[in-house]
Structure formats: structure tokens, C-alpha cells
Design a protein around this ligand. Structure first.
Ligand code: DGL
Length: 265
């Protein structure tokens, strides 16, 4: 069926529930759109995978989106923006928005920011993508990147009884020693820990990139004349493993209004 470009879907993807922090902001700004959210619960966590593995995985998800009438795909995942975006970006018919690249561009508009801390997955930190992209925006900026490998498993498994305090401070203390003006939560899962983090440092120190990212995407689609003109927005959810569990875990960020469907990659 022919569909005018502006009435096509906006795809949003992450390894699990983290990308819902971005979807939530997109919905805050623009409910009229039709969104497809893909949580790759089969391959979670991305942060421990190699670049080659991640390119293969993200390619499969983009191939799926290519069959779904999407006008744009939001990489609501730092790890795949860092490792797979550059390799795949030219192979698809839709526009792709990579989180790290977009957010770094927006953050460096403030030329007073000279010292930035990054807390992210191991794969994101190993890629040094944040440092590269922030320096593109401001060559004088100093960046300290800290991997926090325990955080995604804590959040996805809702380990409320886990000793979060130690897990938080062991990474946060290292970043605070660097004396950053701002700390970017460089994994879309991490905003869940904001309450905890703010027990150890001023909450205003942390940047949750979801809002800046969502604003940029909607403005860019507006500029390209690709925003829907209808008012029948909704979200369809997909998970690559155990959609019921995905729906339950998702609640920490968003109460899903429809049941996720299983898509086997
Ligand atoms: N939420 C993702 C990110 O922003 C990936 C987390 C993971 O699966 O390790 O990097």
C-alpha cells in the first residue's frame, strides 16, 4: 500500500527498555506520530558485545524496519550509535538519528562547557565516540569516560534489593574526581538511577540526553516536512525475546498501552 512519507512510522530501537526514556520524550513533544519501538531483549546487554557483533545485530533490526514503512529510525541507544551507526548509515531508505552524534552536537553549543564526564557501557567507552564527537563541537573540551558495566543488568533485572549504593559510588566517584561541569548519562537505561545518583552529587550535574535528543529529532523532521498531518498517533511495541517480561520491566519508564509482539531476529 502506498503511504505518503510523512504518514510513515518513526522507528525507535534499543537493546531493551532504555530507549523508552527517549520514546517518552518523543511522546511528550509529539503524540500525533505513529511509533514502532523495538526492544532487542534477545541480545541484551549490548554493552558487553564487540563492534562486529553489534553491527550484525543492528543490521538485522534495520532490515526489519525497512519492511515496516518507516520514515526515520531513532537509535535510542548509545552503544549502537557508537559502534554500528557509521557502518550502516548509508544502506537504508530511512533517515537514521544516532544518539551520541546528535547529543554531542547539541551539548557543545554551550561553549562554556569545558569538562564533561561520561558514564556509559563498556562498548561505548571503548569506542571513545563521545570524546570524538564532543571535540568536533569544541576542540578544547576535556572528556573523561567511565564504563559502568553493572548498571544495565541492575536496571533490566529490577534488582531493588541489590546493593546499589556500592554499584553507584564505585563508578561515580571516579568521574567526580575529574571535577566535571556536567556528566552525560551515556546509556539510555541510566536515567532510572537519577534518584540514587543525586544522593551523591547535585542532580543538576547530570544530563539525561533523552529530552535534547527528542527535541532535535522532531525539529529536524519538521524542517524536512516529514511530520504527520494526521492525529491518530500510537505506539506498536516489538521485543526479540520474552515480550511479556519486556512489558513488565518497561513499567519503570513507561506503562505500555498495547502488548509487545515477538519478532524473532
Ligand atoms: N541502553 C543502551 C545504551 O544506551 C544499551 C545498554 C546495553 O544493552 O548494554 O547504550
Amino acid at each position: 500500500m502506498y503511504m505518503e512519507d510523512k504518514e510513515k512510522y518513526i522507528g525507535v530501537m534499543d537493546s531493551g527498555i532504555g530507549g523508552l526514556t527517549v520514546l517518552k520524550q518523543l511522546l511528550n513533544i509529539r503524540t500525533q506520530e505513529k511509533y514502532l519501538y523495538f526492544g532487542d531483549t534477545k541480545n541484551l546487554p549490548y554493552g558487553e558485545k564487540s563492534k562486529e557483533e553489534l553491527i550484525k545485530i543492528v543490521k538485522e533490526i534495520f532490515d526489519f524496519f525497512e519492511t515496516q514503512n518507516v520514515k526515520a529510525v531513532v537509535l535510542a541507544c548509545n552503544t549502537s550509535s557508537a559502534t554500528a551507526y557509521e557502518e550502516l548509515k548509508d544502506n537504508y531508505s530511512f533517515k537514521i538519528y544516532p544518539l551520541i552524534q546528535v547529543v554531542s552536537k547539541c551539548v557543545t553549543l554551550d561553549k562554556n562547557l569545558k569538562r564533561i564526564g561520561i558514564m556509559a557501557t563498556q562498548a561505548t567507552v571503548d569506542s571513545k565516540k563521545y570524546t570524538q564527537e564532543l571535540k568536533k563541537g569544541n576542540p578544547d573540551i576535556e572528556v573523561f569516560e567511565q564504563a559502568c558495566p553493572m548498571w544495565v543488568p541492575i536496571i533490566e533485572k529490577k534488582l531493588t534489593d541489590y546493593d546499589k549504593n556500592t554499584a553507584i559510588t564505585q563508578y561515580l566517584d571516579k568521574v567526580l574526581e575529574f571535577n566535571p561541569q556536567k556528566i552525560i548519562l551515556g546509556c539510555t537505561h541510566y536515567p532510572y538511577l537519577l534518584d540514587k545518583l543525586s544522593q551523591y552529587a547535585d542532580e543538576n550535574l547530570f544530563i539525561n540526553p533523552a529530552k535534547i535528543f527528542a527535541q532535535y529529532i522532531i525539529e529536524d523532521l519538521r524542517h524536512k516536512n516529514l511530520l504527520s498531518e494526521q492525529n491518530n498517533g500510537y505506539v506498536k511495541y516489538f521485543a526479540s525475546h520474552n515480550p511479556q517480561e519486556f512489558e513488565k520491566t518497561a513499567e519503570i519508564f513507561l506503562k505500555l498501552k498495547s502488548h509487545p509482539e515477538l519478532v524473532e531476529l
